[in-house]
Design a protein around this ligand. Structure first.
Ligand code: OAD
Length: 252
């Protein structure tokens, strides 16, 4: 168990009190929550977008230009993610859902680690790295292992692409409808491990804030959301979330 500084422990206890008193809690997560599972983040010192050009790998134009290259990159990430396990932060959120403390989980992550940890009410707003769809017909499928060669549609023989949201693309409108229903019900948003720079997800917590709700942010650095947060806890998700859980248990 990590030993927390006094100020961190104060913040953890404040978070536990706020969570206990809230009626409808949702969480918004980003790549930082999976960092301690060894999934690379996108920004920051060893982030993927420092090493790779998003415009060559994560846009519809890039896929049209060079589908093999895009699939090679996704296959590399699929292999990497297949060997990663949920960490204590994922597990804590799954446990809070089971205990009725967390009503929904909105994630920008495509790694599927929240579901593997046992979370069920998960909205994967940027898609899932194991999902594929045909670029021509309605065919969709889930892969069970990393791709080895650029896959083709079993119905029309066109190319399959990763069913994730690329730069310049919109989020699924039906999914977004459910997300906004949650945002309009929630009175507390726990924001974990996101740089809060990619829209519309970056603004989700503000919907709650603008209705008088509370934002608690857990991150190892400040973000554009920090100013709006009622509480910013400066620490690693895999340490802070279990610490909040221990504080919650000692309140009850
Ligand atoms: P980013 O890589 O932009 O940000 C990761 C955040 O996690 C940063 O703010 C870090 O400070 C924080 N962080 C790192 N380690 C942490 C830890 N152990 N505990 C807590 N926080 C930690 O990732 P996202 O915000 O998720 O889009 O990026 C948003 C979107 O941009 C992604 O979904 C992806 C990317 O382009 C698509 O793929 C569509």
């Amino acid at each position: 168990m990590t030993i927390l500084t006094d100020s961190m422990q104060d913040n953890v206890e404040r978070a536990a009190n706020l969570l206990r008193d809230a009626e409808h809690v949702i969480a918004l997560t980003g790549a930082g929550i999976s960092k301690e599972s060894n999934v690379p983040t996108f920004r920051g010192t060893d982030g993927l977008w420092r090493k790779y050009n998003a415009m060559d790998l994560a846009t519809p134009q890039a896929f049209n230009r060079n589908p093999d290259l895009v699939w090679e990159w996704y296959a590399w990430r699929q292999n990497l993610i297949a060997s990663c396990m949920p960490n204590p932060a994922h597990n804590t959120l799954a446990e809070w859902e089971r205990r009725g403390l967390l009503q929904a989980l909105i994630t920008q992550n495509v790694d599927g680690l929240h579901r593997r940890a046992g979370s069920e009410r998960v909205y994967e707003v940027h898609g899932n790295i194991w999902a594929v769809k045909c670029i021509s017909c309605d065919y969709r499928d889930r892969l069970h292992e990393p791709v080895q060669v650029t896959p083709r549609c079993p119905h029309c023989d066109e190319l399959l692409r990763p069913d994730v949201v690329w730069f310049g693309e919109s989020l699924d409108s039906e999914l977004l409808g459910h997300v906004y229903e949650e945002l309009n019900r929630a009175d507390l948003c726990l924001v974990v491990g996101t740089s809060a720079v990619v829209q519309p997800a970056a603004s989700f917590p503000l919907v709650i804030k603008n209705r008088g709700g509370i934002i608690i942010e857990v991150n190892v650095e400040p973000t554009p959301l920090t100013g709006a947060a009622d509480l910013h806890i400066d620490g690693k998700a895999g340490e802070v979330l279990p610490a909040i859980d221990r504080a919650l248990l000692s309140l009850s």
